[in-house]
Design a protein around this ligand. Structure first.
Ligand code: BGC
Length: 755
C-alpha cells in the first residue's frame, strides 16, 4: 500500500520537463522518454482507441477506416502513427462524410495466391506497389503479411496466409516486407504464433511440441525477421502451451529479439491478452486498438509497482523509434490520390503469376480466343476478389470472369449468358441486402448455384467448350465447414455433372475454375473436368487475369503452396481441428475469459493438440501417406514442358551452392520453379522424408531455351531442433539434395556428406 502511494506521488502530475523546445529526433529518444509523464507513456503504449469507440480521436488522423493509431504527443514533437490492414492491400474507408472524393484501394490477390507465384522478385514488386499506396494514403504501417502455417485446410484465415511450409512462407514474407518497407512504410508480420484456427481464437490454447514450434510454426517468422526486419510483429490471440502469446517473455524477447535479432515493435493483435503489465514486461510494446481499461490497468500497474518503469520505458523507446521512421514524422505530404490505374496493372500481373493449372487433360487449355465459350456457374458472373474481415479491401471494382473473357475477345454463348445475367440480377440483390457493404460478414451470402438442363444441352451443341467457376469466400472469426465449404455442394455437383455429361457427349471440353480462398475437395470430381485452374481469390483484376491464362497469353506458372489431399480425413490434423462446430450459429470466437485462465474442457475449442508435430502437409504425406495425395505440394502444370539436368552442388561459405539446368522442352514460352528438397539421414532425430530448403523461379524461357537456376542452401537450415538438448542440431551423415517440380518428384539428385 505504502509502495503504491509512493509511486502515485512521484509519477503522476506535471511533465518531467518543461523545455518547450524539446522535440523528438534521432538523437534524443532517451531524453524524450525522460521528459514524458507516466500518463503520456501509457497513452503511447495503449493505442488511440478503435475508431468505432472514439470517433473524435480519429478526426486528426488522415486515414479514416485504418485499424489503429498510436497516439501523438504534440508537446514533444511525437506524431501519430497510423496502422492499417492488410494482406491484400490497404484497408481504409472509401467514403468520408462531407467529401466528394473516393479513397478506394487496389485489391491485390490473397496471400495464398501471392505465395503460389514462388517468385520473390515479383512479390517484392507487388509489395512496393502496396506500400506506395499506403504512403499516399497517409498510412504508416501496413498490417501484413500474415504467415501462419496452413495447418488444416479449413482454417478460416488460410487465404491471408502463405503456405503449409515455413521456408516458402518466410521467403515470400521477407520479399513482401522488403517491398513495402522500401517506401518507408512499416509492416506487421503476423500472427505470432501458432494461431492456426479461428474457432475460439481469443482463448484457444495451442498445445504444440517445442520441436514443431521451432521448425514449423516459428521458422517462417525467423526467416522473415532475419531477411527483412519488419518494423513491427503482431503477437497473436491464442495461448501456446498455457501461456498467452502476447504475454510470453520467451517468445517475444528471448526468441524474437535475443535469438533472431528483431529490432522493432511488438504490437498485440486487436484486443489480445488480459494482463497489460504482463504483456509489456514480456516485450509486447504496443496494445491495439487500445481501450480505456487497457490504459487504466497499465497506469495502475506502473503506479503500484507491478510493472517496472524500466520495462515501460523500453517499450516507449521502441515506439518512439518506430514513429521516427515514418513518412508522417518526416513530413511527407501524401496525395491521397495514388495511381490506381497503374496499381491495378500490378495487381493483375501478380494474379497472373500465381494462378495454378492443376489439371489439363489432352491440352484442354489454352482456349483460342476465336472459340465460343459457354460460361457456367454463378461465380463466373460474380467473381470473388478477396476474403472477408480485416483481410478485405475496399477496392474500386472487381472484374468478373464474364467481363474478363469479353475483354480478351472471346464470344460467349449468348443464351447461357442471358440466362445467368437475368438470374444473377435477382440473386445479387438478395445477397447485397443480406451482406451490406462493410466487408465484415464472415459468411458472405452468395448466389445459389443453378442447373438448367435444356440450356446446357443446347449449349453443348453450339459452343466450343464449357467453363464453370466454383467460388468460396470466408474470413476472420470462423473456421470453414467440411460439408458446406470443403466439399462441392449438391447444387454444384449437379451443375458439374450435367455440363460434363452434355459437353463430353459432344466431344467437347469442360474446364473448371476454382475461385476460392482455401482448398476444397477436388479428387472426388476431377474426372468430370478436363482442365482445372486454381485462381484463388485473385484481386480486383481477377477476371482479366484468368482470361489471360485461359487464352494462353500468360502461360501458367503458379505452384501449390499446400498439399491437396484425396480426402479431408487423411489430413494429419483432421481429428484435431474444430470443424464439428463450424456450422453452429455461435462460432465461439468472440467468447473470452478476461481472467486469463486456460480452460481445458472442450477439445479443439478450449485447447487444440498439435498431435501431428512436425508432420504438417507434405512432411506428413511424403513420409507416411503418399497415396493420399491428390495434388502434391509444389504441383503446377504449364502449357509447355520443362526438364531439369546438370545438377551441381558445390561447397560455399556456410553451405552449398546448387545449380540446376532448366530447359523448356515444349512449344511455347513459359516459366518454371526449381524446388530444392533435402532428405536427411534418419538416424538420431526423427526426420520427414524430405523438406523444402530452397527454390528459384526461372525467367520466361523460349522453346528450347535453357537457364541455370542457382540456389544457396545454408548448413544451418539443415539442422533440426533437439528438444532434449534445447538446441538446433545438425546430424552427420549423407543428405540427398533433390531438385524437383513438386514434393513427389525426384528429377535430379545429388548426395552430400556431412561429417
Ligand atoms: C486481426 C488482425 C488485424 C487486426 C486489425 C484483428 O482482428 O486478427 O489480423 O490486423 O484485427 O484490423
Amino acid at each position: 500500500m505504502l509502495k503504491a502511494l509512493f509511486f502515485t506521488i512521484v509519477l503522476a502530475g506535471s511533465p518531467a520537463t518543461e523545455d518547450k523546445d524539446l522535440k523528438l529526433n534521432e538523437s534524443n529518444v532517451k531524453e524524450i522518454v525522460n521528459a514524458m509523464t507516466v500518463e503520456e507513456k501509457c497513452e503511447l503504449i495503449v493505442g488511440g482507441r478503435a475508431e468505432m469507440f472514439k470517433p473524435k480521436a480519429y478526426k486528426k488522423v488522415k486515414a479514416p477506416g485504418a485499424a489503429g493509431v498510436i497516439n501523438e504527443i504534440p508537446r514533444l514533437g511525437v506524431p501519430a502513427t497510423v496502422l492499417a490492414d492488410g494482406p491484400a492491400g490497404v484497408r481504409i474507408r472509401p467514403h468520408r462524410p462531407g467529401d466528394d472524393r473516393t479513397f478506394f484501394c487496389t485489391g491485390f490477390p490473397i496471400g495464398s495466391l501471392i505465395s503460389s507465384t514462388w517468385n520473390t522478385e515479383m512479390v517484392e514488386e507487388a509489395g512496393r506497389t502496396m506500400g506506395s499506396e499506403a504512403k499516399e494514403y497517409g498510412v504508416d504501417v501496413l498490417l501484413t503479411p500474415g504467415i501462419n502455417i496452413h495447418r488444416n485446410p479449413l482454417c478460416g484465415r488460410n487465404f491471408e496466409y502463405y503456405s503449409e511450409d515455413p521456408l516458402l512462407s518466410g521467403k515470400i514474407a521477407a520479399s513482401m516486407i522488403n517491398g513495402i518497407q522500401s517506401n518507408n512504410v512499416g509492416t506487421s508480420l503476423k500472427h505470432y504464433a501458432a494461431n492456426n484456427q479461428e474457432t475460439n481464437r481469443l482463448v484457444n490454447n495451442s498445445i504444440v511440441s517445442e520441436r514443431a514450434l521451432r521448425e514449423i510454426y516459428l521458422r517462417g517468422f525467423e526467416i522473415a525477421v532475419k531477411e527483412s526486419q519488419p518494423w513491427t510483429i503482431m503477437s497473436s490471440y491464442n495461448y501456446i502451451n498455457g501461456e498467452h502469446a502476447s504475454q510470453s517473455y520467451r517468445l517475444l524477447t528471448e526468441i524474437l529479439r535475443d535469438e533472431w535479432g528483431f529490432e522493432g515493435v511488438v504490437v498485440s493483435d486487436w484486443g489480445a491478452g488480459y494482463d497489460e503489465a504482463a504483456q509489456v514486461a514480456a516485450g509486447n510494446d504496443l496494445l491495439q486498438p487500445g481501450y480505456d481499461y487497457n490504459y487504466h490497468n497499465l497506469l495502475n500497474a506502473v503506479q503500484s509497482g507491478k510493472l517496472s518503469m524500466e520495462d515501460l520505458d523500453r517499450s516507449v523507446e521502441r515506439i518512439l523509434r518506430l514513429a521516427l521512421k515514418t513518412n508522417r514524422y518526416q513530413g511527407y505530404e501524401y496525395s491521397e490520390a495514388p495511381d490506381l490505374a497503374a496499381n491495378a496493372e500490378a495487381s493483375r500481373k501478380i494474379a497472373e503469376e500465381g494462378i495454378i493449372l492443376l489439371e489439363n487433360d489432352d491440352k484442354s487449355l489454352p482456349i483460342a480466343t476465336d472459340r465460343k465459350i459457354a460460361l457456367f456457374g454463378v461465380t463466373s458472373y460474380d467473381f470473388i476478389a478477396g476474403g472477408t474481415g480485416s483481410g478485405d479491401v475496399h477496392r474500386p471494382y472487381v472484374v468478373d470472369l464474364k467481363q474478363g473473357l469479353d475483354a480478351a475477345g472471346y464470344s460467349l454463348d449468348e443464351d447461357v449468358k442471358a440466362f445467368y445475367e437475368e438470374y444473377m440480377a435477382d440473386e445479387k440483390m438478395r445477397c447485397d441486402r443480406i451482406n451490406g457493404d462493410n466487408g465484415w460478414q464472415i459468411d458472405r451470402e452468395r448466389a445459389i448455384e443453378v442447373t438448367h438442363k435444356e440450356l446446357i444441352e443446347k449449349a453443348a451443341l453450339t459452343a466450343d467448350c464449357a467453363v464453370i467457376t466454383f467460388g468460396r469466400v470466408f474470413g476472420e472469426g470462423k473456421d470453414r465447414n467440411y460439408y458446406y465449404s470443403y466439399l462441392l455442394s449438391e447444387d454444384e455437383q449437379r451443375l458439374l455433372e450435367t455440363v460434363s455429361k452434355a459437353f463430353h457427349k459432344q466431344g467437347k471440353k469442360v474446364n473448371v475454375i476454382l475461385n476460392i480462398g482455401g482448398l476444397v475437395d477436388v479428387y472426388s470430381w476431377k474426372d468430370m473436368a478436363d482442365a482445372i485452374l486454381l485462381c484463388w481469390l485473385p484481386g480486383q483484376e481477377g477476371g482479366n487475369a484468368v482470361a489471360s491464362v485461359l487464352s494462353g497469353k500468360v502461360n501458367p506458372s503458379g505452384h501449390l503452396p499446400s498439399t491437396i489431399s484425396k480426402d479431408y480425413w487423411e489430413e494429419p490434423s483432421a481429428g484435431n481441428f474444430p470443424i464439428l462446430y463450424a456450422d453452429k450459429p455461435f462460432n465461439y470466437s468472440f467468447y473470452r475469459q478476461l481472467d486469463g485462465r486456460v480452460r481445458d474442457l472442450i477439445k479443439n475449442i478450449d485447447y487444440t493438440n498439435y498431435e501431428e508435430g512436425i508432420y504438417v502437409g507434405y512432411r506428413y504425406f511424403n513420409t507416411f501417406r503418399k497415396k493420399a495425395i491428390a495434388y502434391p505440394f509444389g504441383h503446377g502444370l504449364s502449357y509447355t514442358d520443362f526438364g531439369f539436368d546438370q545438377m551441381g552442388v558445390e561447397e560455399a561459405e556456410g553451405g552449398w551452392k546448387v545449380q540446376v539446368r532448366v530447359t523448356n522442352k515444349g512449344e511455347v514460352a513459359g516459366k518454371d520453379v526449381v524446388q530444392l528438397y533435402v532428405k536427411a539421414p534418419r538416424k538420431g532425430l526423427d526426420k520427414p522424408e524430405r523438406e523444402l530448403k530452397g527454390f528459384a523461379k526461372t525467367p520466361v524461357l523460349a522453346p528450347g531455351e535453357s537457364y541455370v537456376a542457382e540456389i544457396f542452401i545454408s548448413k544451418e537450415s539443415l539442422a533440426s531442433f533437439d528438444e532434449a538438448a534445447e538446441a538446433w542440431r545438425l546430424e552427420p551423415g549423407t543428405y540427398t539434395f533433390i531438385a524437383a517440380q513438386n514434393s513427389l518428384d525426384n528429377s535430379q539428385k545429388t548426395k552430400v556428406h556431412i561429417r
